[in-house]
Write a new protein. Structure first.
Length: 359
């Protein structure tokens, strides 16, 4: 386990709890004056993976547990540790690593990949100070700086996870959709055991195709060996409701028609039109996927709350459509549209504005 540090303005707790649909929040632990966040990530380190693979183990990516720590009153830096797996499936992974005896160069490669992943996930290359100058020039948005200091985008480790999370979030509270995503991971994700505990990966599109949608479907496959309430290894039991077929159809579409990596190289409108073709995806969910899954910061997700906030602040309470809200956000905030939306929503939640405009 190695202790490393990032010097960058970020409020990890605020960012984790802001409801961004890239993924469920990481495991949170309050340790006195410190906040800690733990999560399983997968690193693409082919040279090291090739060394580890043999007749008993076959990895495509290296699972790592990240443990981020930040002082509750200092948002200018955070430190992080990482752990290798203790057990992966039926393999005693710690023994395999001991036998391979990774070199200093291999460890350095792993640490560089971790740094790259953290920079991507928390958008650490984004200049928050410059963005705050932009906010302070807008009298409507200027107060948000005090409420949102250190808030950054929380970008997906895996775009597919963001697609499923965003579909799941439609018409659901933050607490409910994150609980559903955690249940999906526990039911079907890869189980990886570390010294610090057991963590689960996110299932693949191929796996989603095999999920039972309802307890009845699961019971039928099992021959009704138990009472129906005993069948919990299905999507309805995870709380996704009517979204289950959308998730499976989106998974099939990704397998048949899409290479998600191609989306990173598209312009925003092209990517938006493509994502909009997915089952269960409307304009708001499409923008969430592009913003939180692929880092398109010109996206401006517009739901009923953002519509009310924008109407109150910029249109004197006039009734405006979701499309007009989205167009306004993209035009008015430009390249900062995604961050502006994030700050508008959090500011409204924490300042009391949300209650004021509730209808």
């Amino acid at each position: 386990m190695t202790n490393l540090k990032f010097n960058s303005l970020i409020n990890l707790k605020l960012t984790q709890e802001s409801g961004q649909t890239s993924q469920a929040p990481w495991k949170y632990i309050s340790l006195g004056d410190m906040d800690e966040f733990n999560e399983l990530i997968y690193l693409k380190v082919p040279s090291i993976i090739n060394e580890l693979n043999d007749e008993t183990i076959n990895l495509n990516e290296l699972p790592i547990l990240l443990k981020l720590s930040q002082h509750k009153s200092n948002f200018n830096e955070f430190s992080y540790l990482y752990e290798f797996p203790k057990k992966l499936g039926n393999h005693q992974f710690s023994q395999i690593l001991d036998e391979k005896n990774l070199s200093n160069n291999e460890i350095k490669t792993i640490e560089n990949e971790i740094k790259n992943e953290l920079s991507k996930i928390y958008d650490l290359d984004f200049d928050l100070e410059k963005f705050y100058e932009f906010l302070l020039d807008d009298e409507k948005l200027a107060p948000s700086v005090d409420f949102c200091n250190g808030l950054r985008l929380f970008i997906a480790k895996d775009p597919f996870e963001c697609i499923i999370s965003s579909i799941c979030s439609a018409n659901k509270s933050i607490a409910r959709w994150t609980k559903s995503i955690d249940k999906i991971k526990h039911n079907w994700g890869e189980k990886v055991e570390f010294d610090s505990g057991i963590f689960y990966g996110f299932p693949s599109p191929n796996q989603f195709l095999d999920f039972y949608e309802t307890p009845i479907e699961e019971a039928d496959a099992d021959g009704h060996s138990y009472e129906i309430e005993c069948y919990t290894h299905n999507m309805k039991s995870c709380g996704v409701g009517y979204r289950a077929p959308y998730m499976k159809k989106a998974s099939q579409m990704i397998l048949d028609e899409m290479d998600l990596n191609d989306i990173f190289n598209m312009d925003y409108e092209e990517a938006f039109d493509l994502i909009l073709k997915m089952p269960g995806v409307g304009p708001k969910v499409a923008d969430c996927i592009l913003l939180y899954g692929f880092g398109f910061e010109e996206a401006f997700p517009s739901d009923v709350w953002i519509k009310r906030i924008v109407s109150h602040l910029y249109f004197d309470g006039e009734e405006i459509s979701a499309d007009k809200t989205r167009d306004f956000g993209i035009e008015h905030f430009g390249d900062y549209a995604g961050y502006a939306q994030l700050y508008l929503f959090h500011y409204a939640r924490k300042s009391g504005l949300m209650e004021k405009i509730r209808k």
